[in-house]
Design a protein around this ligand. Structure first.
Ligand SMILES: NC(=O)c1ccc[n+]([C@@H]2O[C@H](COP(=O)([O-])OP(=O)(O)OC[C@H]3O[C@@H](n4cnc5c(N)ncnc54)[C@H](O)[C@@H]3O)[C@@H](O)[C@H]2O)c1
Length: 428
């Protein structure tokens, strides 16, 4: 019999990733209820899953109020609306798939993870990259000891300029009122991979970063607040909303990121949305405060060091990784699907070509769902991207953000203690 799910938040992730996977694997996962305040999304989702009206709710609190409706709750609301639905779902006896970041503060992250463990509920965090073939291969090579003991890890995330402006300047994750800091909102995946590869607790963290480019003082002279108005700087502007959001045909415009602008993929609907909505705004005149570049330096137990860098002005998406071990070095280019292992004193490199889709986080979306449903089918509790594992990397992310804001090195042991104290939960 299929595992049953209630979806909390039928937006981009809830509908187009988790809802879609359920529809494509109806024999394994069946959505039986939804909570979504947006009328058009709620109606579309209910129709796609054939939900009875009494199983369709406007708000997560109504959806989770009564007796348990399903085996699992998939919580895919926005960054600042994870904690409460997750805690209530756990309390009501649901196993939970919770989107990253767990919560927007360290104390709330602690509360959610501890509540799930105390209740014996399965808690899977949406760290999709752990389930991509590329990082699975990196992890396997490192954990098999093929480069010896890990000494240093260097990871970089080059965010394409259109992705940066869509999500972190104009969009859903643009400021601290509505989203976690970019290290959590965007790069918690990378910090999670780092923790997974190193496999030891972080001891100290430092960070620097700034919002340098997407600011009002960088706006071209005479640029209006919206790209839909006459703009003297339009020619040659890589951030022109009209060019980016209107150009694709209707088929492509059904997909993210265009689906965020308008669920109706017609050019007319997109144009109307740009004229009034957030995605039509000049990138230099938004209400964003998210950094557009940041570096983090980490020291782990055992003298292992790591560096992570993020920047949002890249011509295209790219993630790179270099893991230096005592007997060799692994180098990987995610977007090229290539991993190389080279050993000192040996000519040539061993190459691993990773095949598969670039889409859905390089296969990670599908991999995560497969893993999650398999755990539920078999009753296993061996979650790869568990709440506990994610808590560690989330705390590192929050600590890095504090280190940056305060211009100091943060001691992780003290930071974990403070997070538990703020949560009012004794540390085990
Ligand atoms: N794992 C990943 O790689 C990945 C990728 C993108 C986004 N995310 C995360 O997934 C989450 C959702 O992102 P998204 O892009 O789908 O956002 P979204 O805005 O498209 O979807 C969130 C949905 O929650 C709904 N919602 C708001 N209030 C609600 C309430 N009271 N009850 C029920 N639903 C409510 C919204 O109407 C919206 O439809 C975010 O936390 C985001 O950071 C994860």
């Amino acid at each position: 019999m299929a595992i049953t799910a209630v979806v909390i938040g039928a937006g981009n992730r809830g509908r187009f990733v988790y809802g879609r996977w359920a529809r494509e694997h109806a024999e394994r996962l069946r959505v039986v209820a939804v909570a979504e305040p947006h009328d058009e999304r709620r109606a579309a989702f209910a129709a796609e899953h054939g939900l009875a009206p009494e199983r369709v709710f406007r708000d997560w609190s109504d959806g989770l109020a009564g007796p348990r409706l399903a085996d699992v709750a998939i919580v895919a609301t926005g960054d600042t609306l994870h904690t409460e639905p997750a805690l209530v779902a756990i309390e009501r006896g649901y196993d939970v798939l919770l989107e990253k970041p767990i919560a927007p503060t360290p104390a709330e992250c602690v509360r959610v993870v501890e509540a799930a463990e105390a209740a014996g509920r399965l808690l899977q965090i949406g760290h999709v990259l752990r389930y991509s073939r590329f990082y699975e291969t990196v992890h396997r090579i490192v954990s098999e000891g093929r480069i010896g003991d890990v000494v240093h890890v260097d990871m970089k995330e080059h965010v394409a300029h259109w992705h940066m402006t869509h999500s972190y300047v104009r969009g859903k994750f643009r400021n601290r009122e509505i989203a976690a800091p970019i290290l959590l909102a965007k790069s918690c995946h990378d910090l999670d991979l780092l923790a997974w590869l190193v496999g030891r607790p972080a001891l100290r963290v430092a960070s620097f970063g700034a919002l340098t480019h997407f600011r009002k003082d960088r706006a071209p002279a005479g640029a209006p607040p919206r790209c839909t108005d006459e703009c003297p700087a339009r020619a040659g502007c890589p951030h022109d909303a009209v060019a980016f959001y209107e150009a694709p045909d209707e088929r492509l415009a059904r997909a993210w990121p265009w689906s965020d602008v308008s669920l109706d993929p017609s050019r007319e609907a997109r144009r109307a949305a740009l004229a009034t909505g957030r995605y039509g705004r000049c990138v230099f005149q938004c209400d964003n405060d998210v950094l557009d570049h940041q570096v983090v330096a980490l020291e782990f137990e055992g003298g292992i060091t790591a560096s992570f860098g993020l920047q949002g002005l890249a011509p295209r998406e790219q993630r790179t990784i270099r893991v230096t071990g005592t007997r060799g070095e692994l180098r990987g280019l995610l977007d090229g699907g290539v991993i190389e292992v080279e050993r000192p004193g040996v000519l040539g490199a061993e190459r691993f070509a990773i095949e598969g889709s670039l889409l859905g986080h390089y296969g990670g979306d599908v991999g995560l769902m497969r893993h999650f449903v398999e755990l539920l089918e078999t009753g296993s509790r061996a979650v790869r991207a568990s709440g506990r594992a994610a808590l560690e990397s989330h705390l590192v992310g929050f600590a890095a953000e504090q280190a940056r804001a305060e211009g100091r090195v943060v001691d992780m042991q003290a930071y974990r203690d403070a997070a538990y104290a703020a949560a009012g939960i004794p540390r085990r």
